[in-house]
Design a protein around this ligand. Structure first.
Ligand SMILES: [Cu+2]
Length: 145
């Protein structure tokens, strides 16, 4: 049984090393131009194309000290508030979640460098099931079309 397990673990490793896309599909990732030292929001669309429920647990980037998941909403009196998402974001099989201005966003806190128009900011998203998924956030004035 141990030998069989070892073989299947090797097969899994070989499979993950291949370029085949995982169940998590990231599209339209962007963030605004911003000076270093500032905080900026990042937006993207995440689709769980797999058959297993998943959960976005967090994100990291060499460009920031810290990334937090937040959700903006308009409360009474047209006041916009941001709420920290501390226990992750669930993604049912087949579900798509959009991070966009006025809603879900990633807070890229304390940028280490200026974000110049047209550059790409590397972000690694961590999912409970899919593991680490890399995304490049295009620095742009609005969402990519
Ligand atoms: Cu925020």
């Amino acid at each position: 049984v141990k030998v069989l397990f070892g073989l299947s673990a090797l097969a899994l490793l070989a499979g993950s090393a291949a370029a085949a896309p995982g169940p998590i599909l990231i599209t339209g990732a962007w963030t605004r131009p911003m000076a270093g030292g500032q905080t900026d929001a990042g937006y993207l669309t995440i689709t769980n194309t797999g058959k297993t429920a998943d959960r976005l647990l967090g994100a990291t980037s060499p460009q920031t000290v810290k990334i937090e998941m937040m959700r903006s909403s308009i409360t009474t009196g047209d006041v916009s508030t941001m709420k920290l998402i501390e226990d992750g974001l669930a993604l049912a099989p087949g579900e798509t979640v959009r991070f966009e201005p006025g809603g879900y966003h990633l807070m890229l806190e304390d940028l280490k460098h200026e974000q110049k128009l047209g550059a790409a900011v590397p972000v690694t998203l961590t999912f409970a099931h899919a593991g680490k998924v890399k995304a490049a956030f295009t620095v742009a004035v609005g969402p990519p079309r």
